[in-house]
Design a protein around this ligand. Structure first.
Ligand code: ATP
Length: 259
């Protein structure tokens, strides 16, 4: 897969194209400065950088949880910055999300949490009564098997370990059948062994489904091990964009420690 990053000039298989994206919050904080990049189908991209660099803002801009103040974002040919209403909902349906704190309904059973990933496909009224089809329920069981949770499908989410809960989070994102998966610090609350396990599943399901994924990570070693491509953000700017093998100790030092 490393070949993906070896031909940056080809954009025909682009999933996401950003041009001169800026984000200045109302209080004047410039969180993103002139971000221009292209992400291609099937890439697993890790975003790294120090606290406050703009990683979450970057991620949140892609599905318009933040609206950037300038620039353009094109997702599968659609202008994300101009999208409203139905069009924006449709874009968001194609972008799955995995969260640091899992965001599960604790008292709900595992498979029921996964079914929530299908809500974007249901009429609002049906969805609000939690009436999922037999077909969707079968799908939930299937994705739970794919993340190794076949024995835990009927447990309450709060009976699972952190790593298992995050695998439910991945299953919930996958059942949405997105083309892009965003994971914001998915392993920040987990121990090293669970982190490894969760990243393995995340990478595996993305590869199986041909999914593009963007993963914010604090742990550089995990980024190096799992990503096809690493993007380093510092003070809102991209200061590194390359293959894991190109991320030298000198660059890591500049990214995290130099003023
Ligand atoms: N709603 C907001 N209003 C004002 N400033 C904000 C807002 N959200 C984020 N910021 C600022 O924007 C900058 C980037 O924040 P962001 O959360 O994107 O960083 P990060 O790289 O994800 O950090 P961390 O790794 O600590 O999560 C920071 O200076 C932050 O304080």
């Amino acid at each position: 897969m490393s070949a993906v990053t070896d031909r940056p000039e080809e954009v025909s298989d682009a999933v996401l194209q950003l041009k001169d994206v800026e984000m200045t919050f109302p209080d004047g904080t410039q969180a993103l400065r002139g971000i221009s990049l292209t992400i291609k189908k099937g890439e697993l991209v890790s975003i790294i950088g120090p606290s406050g660099a703009g990683k979450s803002t970057f991620m949140r801009s892609l599905n318009r949880l933040n609206t950037p103040t300038a620039g353009s974002i094109v997702f599968e040919g659609q202008d994300v910055m101009r999208a409203r209403g139905k069009e924006l909902r449709e874009i968001r349906r194609r972008i799955g999300m995995v969260f640091q704190h899992f965001n599960l309904i604790k008292r709900s059973q595992t498979y029921h949490n996964v079914l929530h990933g299908r809500l974007g496909y249901m009429p609002t009224l049906k969805g609000s009564f939690g009436r999922f089809s037999k077909e969707d329920t079968e799908k939930a069981f299937e994705v739970l098997r794919r993340v190794g949770l076949e024995e835990h499908m009927f447990k309450r989410a709060d009976e699972l370990s952190g790593g298992q809960q995050q695998r439910v989070g991945i299953a919930r994102a996958i059942i949405q059948e997105p083309s892009l998966l965003l994971a914001d610090e998915p392993i920040a609350s987990l121990d090293p062994s669970s982190s490894e396990n969760v990243m393995n599943y995340l990478k595996q399901v993305c590869e199986e489904d041909g999914l593009t994924s963007i993963v914010n990570l604090h742990q550089v070693d995990f980024a190096k091990k799992f990503a096809h491509r690493i993007i380093g953000i510092k003070a809102g700017e991209v200061v590194f964009d390359g293959a894991p093998r190109e991320l030298t100790d000198g660059i890591i030092d500049y990214l995290y420690y130099k003023k």
